[in-house]
Write a protein that binds this ligand. Sequence first.
Ligand code: GDP
Ligand code: MG
Length: 704
Amino acid sequence: MKPNKLNIALAGNPNSGKTTLFNALTGARQHVGNYPGVTVEKKEGRLRYKDFDINIIDLPGTYGLTAYSPDELVARNVLIEEDLDLVVNVVDASNLERNLYLTMQLKELEIPMILVANMADYAEANGVYIDYELLAKLLGFPVIRVVATKGEGIEELLDTVIKGEVKVNLQKAVRYSMEIEEAIIRIEKHLNPSLEDGAATDERTLPFAQYPSRWLAIKLLEYDKEAWKKVEATPYTYELLKQAETEQTYFKNNLGDDLENLIAEGRYAYIRGATQEAVKVTETNKISTTEKIDNILLHRFFGLPIFLFIMWSLFQLTFALGNPMVEWLEDIVAESSVAVGNALPPGLLNSLLADGIIGGVGGVLVFLPVILLLFLGIAILEASGYMSRAAFLMDKIMHKVGLHGKSFVPMLIGFGCSIPAIMATRTLENPKDRLVTMLVTPLMSCGAKLPVYTLLIAAFFPNEIAGNILFSIYLIGIILALVMAKLFRTWLVPGESEPFVMELPVYRTPKVKSVLIQMWERAFLYLRKAGTIILAFSIVIWALFTFPMVDVNGMEYANPSEQMENSYAGRLGKTIEPVLAPIGFDWKTGVALVAGFAAKEIVVSTMGTLYSMSDTDSLLEGEEKQVKSFAQMTREQSGFTPLTAYVLMLFTLIYVPCMATIAVIKNETNSWRWPAFTIGYTVTLAWIISFVAYRGGLLLGLGI
Ligand code: GDP
Ligand code: MG
């Protein structure tokens, strides 16, 4: 250690006032030379302040560290290679957004940093007001108001410099999109194989040990020429560079843009988010399109209502456009079920094919149109940049429940599927936030629950209010997630929530190709699920309802419905019926709900199999099976009222995440404790909410 000696560098854009600050700090004690080997001016100066000897290097002004010009290269080499205690990043306070781009890159170098918001006088004269304290909290390093020409803020700056408490808060670094973050991790693993579980540290990668691995990974992904050259000149880096190239090609082909641009956009989104919160501009001279749109969509009062309206419209559209297609597909499935049923001689095979498989798998497949529409809507909102705004808008509310707006991002992803949503909590660095977000994300209505809602709404509610009913379920999911988060944050893992920067990417027209790719990936997953797990479960469920066919004495049951009640599934359902009766469900619904633990679509496929079977069984000798839509059979056979149907939707919304989600929670928390807790609390909560809704509904006379 060199206790009273400090080596610091001034970095910043050209014309940010670095030289003025440098002169104000060092006075006459400076000398000018050239950096070794290059003809870029090197200014160095000394200063004594309260027992500290401070050496100051004035770096050439640069806009970035991507090494396009000799100036940038010099600045960057000093920053990377020299033993600096601290970087003082000088920015033009009147033009923060642009200046902070360099700041983001400096931060990635993981050198302790102080931000000097210089020309504060000029900024204020132009109506730009900065909340320095908040900005410092958001960025994770000190921010100091300075007017270099008048010497204002210099003492505060020096006091902060010598305090030596400045650290890089890596939690507050720019988080890129999930895809980019995953690419960074893959590259980092090549740079440092010890990151891979169990692998021993590999001698070959040590040449890079002096650089932060995240920084170098990002540089390689950005196709930074200098970084690339350096790595190429090092032995055993073939695999690493190959990986970087693979990533670049992947992004170009699948996300329609160069990684370089996407990374730059990530930084700007971060900056926009930070300045949106911490900078107030009263006199706006030139406003960009994004700002104009944000003035409306992020409006203090109308922002949230607009968000709700957009979500409401999405569900209206999903149902209004999707349901006619669902009905059309249902007719086809119903007809093929009848065709198969009538073509084959009565018997087990007939029942397995017509009721078990076509009823079960077909009953799920028909919902493909609504699933596609929902995912189309989500993909468009996401690609346009609006989803990030939604999280931004929720920030205040999220703070009230002890979380942060960033936690709302995984929750929004949860509208699609809980699995990527829970993985997305990785972008939350605070472990408590992360855990709570993980626990409440399954309360969001995922795509697999949509078939259940669509079926029940189509069967029991008039078309005019269908979209509203659907929206209400999604809304209840969000509200419950917030309430539970508050409870968990109060009792389970108490602690303060910190401000974080919410990235705000620019608005852009979604690219048709990437939206379609996303939709197709979804469709494929849905079809594959139908062909595998749902098919398997349909057969198992069918068998559980079909056997045993005779009672203990080997006698046939008097009628099919008695046989069903005494089948394995029937016995299971009867066992749990007492628990479900108070909330209005019979034993058949109970069986569907138990099966739905595997995947929520199975609630629907089970009901499909079940109703199709009983419809066949009720046929009189020689009678032909009639073509009936799934919704119609549900209406006829379930015995539900609209109230029971709604309660069943609520129960499906809340009770247990599917098995795959449980497995992901187990992986991410590395213990069985939290998945077990999730199962326990969701089932309990589902029951309580359903009970209140059902009993309350009955009291209000809704149970007809
Ligand atoms: P550099 O390119 O970063 O070294 O910037 P300079 O130090 O050369 O400053 C650029 C211009 O900004 C000069 O005309 C300075 O007088 C002016 N300037 C520097 N600091 C301030 C400040 O705090 N307030 C105002 N109003 N002007 C400043
Ligand atoms: Mg200068």
